[in-house]
Design a protein around this ligand. Structure first.
Ligand SMILES: [Fe+2]
Length: 215
């Protein structure tokens, strides 16, 4: 008797990392979904089946998710084209930062708070796996006094840096508007803080022309 999808085991972050690397090598399944928009990230679901959701996301012009979590979902990401800056939130210190380029991959568990942003001058494409498939996410903002707040948002909303009153989230729910709300930012690139789920090799830093490590 075959098992129903509801009892399929959830893949581990490491298994998802292997999967996104494999899918990256199968462009027939996602290349038609690649579309770059200068004003926002574009994200298209490749599939949502049982315990797994797969996405292709396109980045350019410093597109930035802001710090966020994935509620109960773990995940993995593989970079196809371009480069992505990945930050992990560190309480009491600067974020841990790694720049990932083509062919690099990494994974994370549901407990992590991270941020991704476009890096460099070449539009980027990334493949993402989440398990269970994304439903809710947490977007983080800080008050003037530095108090951290978590805003629960739908997976259908575009993640952006969050203002305390969520003005930017309301704007992004229409998939238009102006991003770049102020939020906690990395003030320096430093050696990556490795986690047990992150066994990838960080790619070479690829500075923006005339830019610095901060954005
Ligand atoms: Fe994320």
């Amino acid at each position: 008797m075959s098992a129903s999808p509801s009892v399929y085991p959830e893949p581990t972050p490491a298994e998802m990392r292997e999967l996104v690397t494999r899918i990256a090598a199968e462009p027939d399944s996602w290349r038609h979904l690649v579309r770059h928009d200068p004003d926002r990230r574009t994200y298209e679901q490749i599939s949502r089946d049982g315990p797994l959701g797969l996405w292709v996301i396109c980045w350019m012009n410093d597109h930035d998710t802001g710090f966020h979590d994935h509620d109960i979902s773990s995940g993995a990401i593989c970079v196809i084209d371009g480069a992505i800056k990945h930050e992990r939130l560190v309480i009491g210190g600067e974020p841990s930062v790694v720049i990932y380029g083509p062919g690099d991959s990494f994974c994370f568990d549901a407990s992590e708070v991270h941020r991704m942003s476009h890096w460099g001058d070449v539009p980027a494409v990334t493949i993402h796996a989440y398990s269970p498939p994304l439903w809710r996410m947490g977007a983080y903002a800080t008050d003037d006094d530095g108090t951290l707040h978590r805003h629960s948002i739908s997976y259908a909303e575009e993640l952006r840096p969050v203002l305390p009153d969520r003005r930017d989230l309301r704007a992004s729910s229409t998939l238009s508007g102006t991003p770049k709300a102020a939020t906690a930012d990395a003030s320096a690139i430093k050696a990556p803080g490795r986690r047990s789920t992150d066994t990838s090799s960080p790619s070479r830093s690829k500075p923006k022309s005339g830019g610095s490590a901060t954005r």
